[in-house]
Design a protein around this ligand. Structure first.
Ligand SMILES: Cc1cc2nc3c(=O)[nH]c(=O)nc-3n(C[C@H](O)[C@H](O)[C@H](O)COP(=O)(O)OP(=O)(O)OC[C@H]3O[C@@H](n4cnc5c(N)ncnc54)[C@H](O)[C@@H]3O)c2cc1C
Ligand SMILES: *[C@@H]1O[C@H](CO)[C@@H](O)[C@H](O)[C@H]1NC(C)=O
Ligand SMILES: *[C@@H]1O[C@H](CO)[C@@H](O)[C@H](O)[C@H]1NC(C)=O
Ligand SMILES: *[C@@H]1O[C@H](CO)[C@@H](O)[C@H](O)[C@H]1NC(C)=O
Ligand SMILES: *[C@@H]1O[C@H](CO)[C@@H](O)[C@H](O)[C@H]1NC(C)=O
Ligand SMILES: *[C@@H]1O[C@H](CO)[C@@H](O)[C@H](O)[C@H]1NC(C)=O
Length: 538
């Protein structure tokens, strides 16, 4: 059994391995491995057009193309031995065969949003299977279902649905470029979650490949356990999802959005206090998140405030949401002029545009995989189960105002509604009834931010997280696996040790995930710092 013991990437071990590799060029696993790919002896097809070695001119651009977290776009993130961008399933089978025979680690990449870059970086030599060419979408409007291949982004999917029907949608992410492969495999939330649940709650079938290259064409053949595990337990622990079959959901022809900004001077503290009980309990057709960020009150930044952006999608017309807000959250002072009516697909573009990239009317932008900016980001997440008191909020604001404008934000994403109707064990994603909202915490910087400033922001985030302890869930302190955070812990030498971070993402479901891993992949072919470990459980 191979178990990771390194705490940080890149580790010293990696460099040692590289030295060993380069000093014995004739007989290393890497060379054998290259031979395997160049002259595939598994199947009689050529893989040359889809295999990029470090010597190929486009290796770097392909590698970097979907490194969404710019923190990992640096020479200290070692590239793979080879990148494979398979165009068909047989090519994946060949590559897995090589990896097995030569004991080379693989990483599976959808569109590269993994917060810790685990889909494309490793402390040991590895092979990258990038699913970018798996891009077919087949929509069945009559049955309200779709087959989506794993390399599609959620916004491409939105566009293709809207092309077929303005009455259908899908509960994907708010961020447009997120890959459907990783999104669904970790649960996946967005603006439709209060009405329809997670993306993973709407998966109805799957096409899957195990590490031996066996293809399972439906959930019956793969078995109930694995079908359960891959919908929230991070699919790459178990194999490769080739395509998902999902349920499309009904959306009205016209939806309403708003984005209302309130600062501390405009009673933001009272508003957020009230928001915490309003947003998770209101009408399921209404999703209001709160994005909270320090802002300058004067040009030199010596005076600060906290601004809260209440950002909403309502599945209906403006008159409907105005009525709900008037009756239940009048303090916000929402007025008709704040409300924009549009199609559901446009609302996806609008939500994306909020965070600073090109707004505009053309739905075609949803097809642009580069629509969202790549960020330097480190994130953490928590779940809030009781409203934070006004005093608690004020303490948090004090912490936020220590930071530069643009360097941090918190996002409250309301749960409740449909989310509360699932039992904790329905999928590996356990954060259901009782959770008011998810509290995302992020820090950001740019390419010219000095390293000391980067480090101080990372340290600030850790200390904020520490200060949040009394206000968030405990035993376990819950976190969202799609906002993975290696600071929570890494795979270690026992089930008990791995449980310290595993139960934070999965609560009691962690044990079942480990059991399934043990059955599917006891030798731990698919592993990374926070992969599900195959420890035997009695
Ligand atoms: C800027 C940003 C915004 C985000 N916004 C949201 C949001 O609104 N809602 C939300 O729920 N999440 C959000 N996320 C988190 C996002 O859902 C996860 O990072 C997700 O894993 C991304 O999928 P990907 O294919 O782009 O990532 P990748 O990095 O390619 O993959 C992530 C993980 O999934 C595995 N994986 C990917 N494809 C497959 C496959 N076909 N088979 C098996 N395993 C696979 C990878 O091996 C890796 O472990 C956001 C992340 C970022 C960085
Ligand atoms: C392994 O777990 C122990 C106990 O939880 C912890 O002290 C140690 O830092 C962990 N090691 C790694 C590499 O995470
Ligand atoms: C990589 O380079 C080799 C040798 O020049 C070439 O045969 C192969 O087609 C290149 N691969 C790609 C994907 O361009
Ligand atoms: C709807 O699903 C049924 C059963 O799977 C299938 O027979 C039928 O062809 C589908 N309808 C369309 C329009 O594809
Ligand atoms: C803030 O709230 C107080 C008390 O609820 C109210 O009197 C006051 O008008 C509000 N101020 C603003 C700017 O909304
Ligand atoms: C980049 O970050 C630095 C320091 O963090 C800041 O001073 C600068 O304004 C930022 N530049 C841009 C373009 O945002």
């Amino acid at each position: 059994m191979k178990i990771f013991v390194s705490t940080s990437l890149p580790s010293l071990a990696y460099f040692l391995v590289i030295i060993v590799f380069s000093s014995v060029p004739t007989s290393s696993a890497a060379d054998n491995f290259n031979d395997c790919l160049i002259e595939p002896h598994f199947v009689g097809i050529t893989t040359a057009e889809v295999v990029y070695y470090p010597t190929n001119t486009s290796y770097t651009s392909i590698f970097q193309s979907s490194i969404q977290n710019l923190r990992f776009l640096s020479p200290s993130t070692p590239g793979p031995l080879a990148i494979v961008t398979p165009v068909d399933e047989a090519q994946i089978q060949i590559v897995l065969g090589c990896a097995r025979d030569f004991a080379v680690q693989v990483r599976i990449r959808g569109n590269g949003h993994d917060m810790e870059g685990l889909s494309y970086r490793s402390p040991v030599p590895f092979l990258l299977i990038d699913l970018t060419n798996f891009r077919e979408i087949t929509i069945d409007v009559v049955n309200r279902t779709a087959w989506v291949q794993a390399g599609v982004t959620v916004s491409e999917f939105y566009y293709r649905i809207a092309e077929k029907s303005s009455a259908l949608g899908f509960p994907g992410s708010t961020w447009p470029s997120v890959g459907i492969g990783g999104f669904l495999s970790g649960g996946g939330y967005g603006t439709l979650m209060r009405k329809f649940g997670l993306g993973a709650d709407n998966v109805i079938d799957i096409r899957f490949m195990d590490k031996n290259g066996n293809i399972f064409t439906d959930k019956q053949s793969i078995g109930a356990d694995v079908f359960w595990a891959v919908r929230g337990g991070i699919a790459s622990n178990y194999g490769i999802v080739l395509a998902w079959k999902v349920q499309l959901v009904p959306v009205p022809a016209t939806v309403t959005v708003f984005n209302v900004r309130r600062t501390l001077e405009q009673n933001a503290t009272s508003l957020v206090h009230k928001y915490q009980s309003f947003a998770p309990s209101t009408d399921r057709n209404l999703f209001v998140r709160a994005r909270i960020t320090p802002e300058n009150l004067n040009a030199d930044g010596s005076q600060k405030t906290v601004a809260v952006y209440f950002q909403a999608l309502y599945l209906g017309r403006a008159s409907g949401v105005l009525k709900i807000m008037q009756n239940n959250f009048a303090e916000l002072g929402l007025v008709k002029q704040d409300c924009l009516e549009m199609s559901w697909a446009k609302s996806a573009l609008w939500f994306a545009g909020d965070v600073g990239f090109p707004k505009g009317d053309s739905l075609e932008q949803l097809l642009n995989r580069e629509l969202a900016p790549k960020l330097y980001i480190k994130a953490k997440s928590d779940y809030v189960v009781e409203p934070i008191s006004k005093n608690g909020l004020k303490q948090i604001w004090q912490r936020l105002m220590e930071m530069e404008q643009g360097a941090t934000n918190l996002v409250m994403t309301p749960y409740g509604g449909k989310m509360s109707t699932f039992s904790e064990g329905a999928t590996p994603f356990p954060h259901r009834i009782g959770n008011l909202y998810m509290l995302f915490q992020g820090v950001y910087w740019n390419g010219s931010t000095p390293v000391e400033t980067q480090n101080s922001r990372l340290a600030w985030l850790r200390s904020l997280s520490n200060d949040l302890t009394p206000y968030v869930s405990s035993n376990p302190r819950r976190a969202y696996v799609n906002y993975n955070d290696l600071e929570l812990g890494v795979v270690n030498s026992s089930y008990a040790e791995a449980s310290t971070w595993g139960t934070r993402y999965f609560n009691n479901n962690f044990k079942r995930l480990v059991q399934i891993k043990n059955r599917m992949d006891a030798e731990n072919f698919y592993l990374h710092e926070q992969s599900i470990p195959p420890f035997p459980l009695t």
